[in-house]
Design a protein around this ligand. Structure first.
Ligand SMILES: *Cc1c(COP(=O)(O)O)cnc(C)c1O
Length: 390
């Protein structure tokens, strides 16, 4: 500055101060950035946005987002990960990465409903052929695969009706036909189902649920082991601009150390509540993968090591929707709302027959997220709410 002092306005905008080196702490630092600075023009020209060893622009990654991506890949047993601003945005990233007009997409009939909605949109406006398959199809998926089939979605289990598909059988048939399989692995948090070991090519996680655990953040991730698939996903990630905020990323990182402890606590409490409900005359079926009357229970037993906190029940068909709505309204410890994986228990009714091409069940469906409250107090609360049915 040739001795000339900086103006107050410039001092407000920039500084030569650098904090001392050598700070160390457990939490990952929160790096906020749209602009990432280069040391000179040569460095800027040399930089490739796909290089995870360097930084280009906030959208393509910061130390904070790279750290969460690397940790999620490790946890899930994959090698590459991309973050998205919600679980649904992660699903969209997979679809846009792998589908082009006149391609065909196979989606299970019990899929997470917004995934189904996106598939319908791709079918109506983007020239994709979408077919919904019976989630219990198993190796029969081979007969549904055609030369144009470019992607098979799976979900284990379906997060409302809880059928557990035979993922290894679907993956074997898909592999023989050269079609990638994507799995929505949110229900198991990647803890209770080791997707890549069962043949899945792309794992999608709604980090909104167990990874965060706080009911306070939306985020999704897509994890792969295959570099070529990752490159396709990365192009969709860049072209769609699916960036995530540093603060949200930090919230997810903060949840990781306690995730398995929480998941196991949700699991134990949910099984206790589900077992109690199973013995009640008002409930005709408990749709919980660890229970024998859940379709695909055998697959769960063979392939899964746990269950988490989410399950559904079917009420006896003698109860009307009005009555089961009153049951939900009578609950005191359960919130009424979507999502799950947080500390607070939730109950939601679903008009399941309207969500599906095929539904053979009878009676009103209510889905529970069992939180971290005392399980006996949750049971007592459900017991008093069931009295409202009479
Ligand atoms: C919640 C959820 C998603 C979507 O996650 P969002 O972050 O809410 O968009 C996807 N799949 C399943 C099974 C979910 O439960």
């Amino acid at each position: 500055m040739g001795g000339k002092r900086k103006s107050l306005q410039t001092l407000l905008t920039t500084t030569d101060y650098r904090p001392p080196e050598g700070f160390a702490a457990f939490p990952t630092a929160i790096h906020h950035a749209s602009t990432v600075l280069f040391k000179d023009v040569a460095a800027l020209r040399a930089r490739n946005w796909q290089d995870k060893q360097a930084y280009t622009y906030g959208l393509h990654g910061t130390p904070t987002t790279f750290t969460l991506e690397a940790r999620l890949a490790e946890i899930e047993g994959g090698s590459h990960c991309l973050l998205a601003p919600s679980g649904l945005a992660a699903i969209a990233m997979v679809d846009f990465a792998l589908l082009k007009s006149s391609a065909e997409l196979l989606v299970p009939d019990n899929v997470y409903n917004p995934n189904r909605e996106l598939a319908h949109w791709l079918g109506q406006d983007f020239g994709i052929t979408v077919r919904f398959y019976d989630p219990m199809v198993g190796e029969g998926i081979a007969e549904l695969i055609r030369p144009q089939t470019a992607l098979i979605w799976t979900e284990a289990p379906g997060s409302v009706s809880m059928e557990v598909p035979d993922i290894p059988a679907i993956c074997r048939a898909a592999k023989a036909a050269g079609v990638p399989v994507a799995l929505d692995n949110t229900w198991s948090a990647g803890l209770a189902f080791r997707a890549f070991e069962h043949g899945v090519d792309i794992v999608m996680q709604a980090l909104t649920k167990y990874h965060s655990g706080g009911s306070d953040v939306l985020m999704g991730a897509v994890i792969t082991r295959d570099k070529a698939l990752h490159r396709k996903l990365e192009m969709a990630h860049m072209r769609l601009g699916t960036g995530v905020s540093a603060d949200d990323t930090y919230l997810v990182l903060r949840g990781l150390p306690t995730m398995k402890l929480r998941f196991d606590a949700h699991d134990a409490a949910a099984r206790k509540v589900a077992a109690w409900l199973k013995a009640r005359p008002e409930i005709s079926r408990v749709l919980h993968p660890a229970f024998e009357d859940c379709p695909g229970h055998g697959h769960w037993k063979r392939d899964f090591s746990g269950a988490g906190g989410l399950f559904s029940v079917l009420f006896d068909p003698r109860y009307s929707e009005q009555q089961t709505d009153r049951f939900i309204d009578s609950l005191k410890l359960f919130g009424i709302g979507y999502s799950w994986g947080g500390a607070n228990s939730l109950a939601v009714p679903y008009r399941i027959a309207q969500m599906r091409s095929r539904w053979d069940g009878a009676g009103q469906l209510v889905r529970f997220n069992i939180g971290l409250e005392d399980a006996d107090e949750l049971i007592a609360d459900i017991a008093q709410a069931l009295d409202s049915l009479a």
